[in-house]
Every structure is written in C-alpha cells, then in structure tokens.
Write a protein that binds this ligand. Structure first.
Ligand code: DGL
Length: 267
C-alpha cells in the first residue's frame, strides 16, 4: 500500500455521496474512488447473507483498484460487518460513525431518535453504542424503508416524499425525542425536509463529518495520508450513470469529477 493510492468509498447506491464532500474537504490532496451499487440498491431491506454477498463483490473490486483505505459510507454495510471486511483485505477500513457522542452531547432530555434502514435497526447497533456511553438515555429507532427508493428515484418535492417524511417524523415526535441521528447516508439528501417537519426544538445530526475525521485520523496513524496531489474524484455506479450524476450534483460539486459505469461481474 502506498500513500498515493486512492481512498475507496462504498455505498449501496448514491447515499455515500453525502459523505464524500466531507472527506474531500478534510483531505483535499487525496484521490477518491466511489462505488455505488445502484443496480441493486436498496440493501437495507435485504437479508444479512444477500448483503454480505454483494459487499464481497464491491470490496473485491476495490482490492483490484488498489485502494489504501475503504470508507464504508453506508450504515447498513457498516453494521453488517466493517470488521469482517477489515479481516479480508489489505486496505484499511473505516465505517460510518454511529454518532453516539454527538447525540448525547446534543440531547437535553436524553431521548434520542434514530432514522435508519430496517436492517440497521434490527441490529440495534446505534442503540447499543448510545447506551454503552449513557445507560440512562432512551433510544427510539425508526426503520424508514420508504425513504431510499424515493431518493434513488429522484422523487424530491413530491407529495409522496412529503407524506413519508411526515409519517416517520410524527412517530419520533410522539416519542418525545429532542435529537435525531440520520443513520443512513441516503437521508441527508432530504435533511431539509426532515428538519422542516421536526421543527426547531429537535436537533437532527448527520455523522458524516465525524466519519471523515475518523478516516483522516486512521490514515495519519498509519502514515498513509497525502500532503500533495490534485485530489481527483472518480464516481462509479453499477447502473444508471446519468441518474447517478444528477443525484451527485444535488450534494456536491461535480465539475471536476469523472463518472464511470462499472460491471462487478466482468472478470
Ligand atoms: N445508504 C445506506 C445506509 O447508510 C443504505 C441504504 C439502503 O441501501 O437501504 O444505510
């Protein structure tokens, strides 16, 4: 592994693109290679075995592309097993931050909500991380199955999205939370809509910036960080390149990015 090798970033689809700008901002000299499995998204409604098989294909592709670090910019894949990925490959692996400290710092009434995929909720990973730090906190987890298909399907500013955001925010409002973690990287695409319905008394937290800080600290610790270089970004999708490009432009400056469609089964 060489410090000039790129940092790989993976997600089931376009979700990890909400993390990429934080990574770029913190590490402007690094090259990034993004892979979104838009052909098979969403992952969060699938079984553990199905997700594991698809993740193995993505990480093998990253290995072939000689990355030095993999940022798992997907909570579902992170809770499925970032440590397992770490054991199978030579590159470094950093998962999504669970945001436990951020949430506990923000909350006043210690009632914390989690918006995540059904798979992530089923593992209780975020709940456990929060309770480990403060067992007096109360955690309310809400699986938001309907969000990802609407986001991947570019259904922004539609009555369907508005209704679904209302449905999920109402549930956590009834629970009395004052802080909510966005524990799926797709959800920052609709953070504005979520914040609007929660209102000013509920703090909405995206742990992407903390994840970027974790990635940089990991590289520095292993002397793999790069102090010069142009910071090239290549964004790959397994399907629908144009849709991916349009969605990317909603969350980042794509003027300097290269886009490519890739086939994970081409070997
Ligand atoms: N972006 C993902 C996450 O952070 C997964 C969404 C999905 O594929 O269901 O959990």
């Amino acid at each position: 592994m060489n410090c000039k090798d790129p940092i790989g970033v993976i997600d089931s689809g376009v979700g990890g693109l909400t993390v990429l700008p934080y990574l770029q901002r913190l590490m402007p000299h690094e090259d990034f290679l993004y892979l979104g499995d838009t052909a098979r998204t969403p992952y969060g409604i699938r079984s553990r075995q199905e997700i594991a098989t698809m993740v193995a294909e993505m990480t093998a592709w990253m290995e072939d592309n000689h990355i030095k670090q993999l940022v798992v910019a997907c909570n579902t894949i992170t809770v499925l097993g970032a440590p397992t990925i770490r054991g199978l490959h030579s590159f470094r692996v950093v998962g999504m931050s669970k945001g436990a400290k951020l949430a506990l710092t923000a909350t006043k009434n210690k009632k914390i909500g989690i918006f995540a995929t059904d798979f992530t909720v089923s593992t209780q990973a975020h709940q456990k991380a929060i309770l480990e730090l403060d067992h007096t906190a109360q955690v309310f987890s809400q699986g938001c199955t309907k969000f990802v298909p609407l986001i991947e399907g570019e259904q922004f500013d539609t009555p369907e999205l508005a209704a679904v955001v209302r449905e999920y925010t109402d549930i956590l409002k009834k629970d009395g939370v004052d802080t909510v973690l966005l524990s799926c990287t797709h959800y920052p695409f609709i953070k504005k809509e979520i914040v609007a319905l929660f209102g000013p008394e509920i703090t909405v937290i995206d742990p992407a910036e903390e994840t970027a800080a974790d990635a940089l600290a990991d590289l520095q610790q292993h002397k793999l960080d790069r102090k010069d270089g142009k910071g090239q970004v290549t964004i790959c999708f397994t399907a629908d390149l144009e849709r991916g490009r349009r969605l990317a432009s909603r969350v980042m400056d794509i003027s300097q990015c290269r886009f490519k469609q890739v086939d994970l089964h081409s070997k």
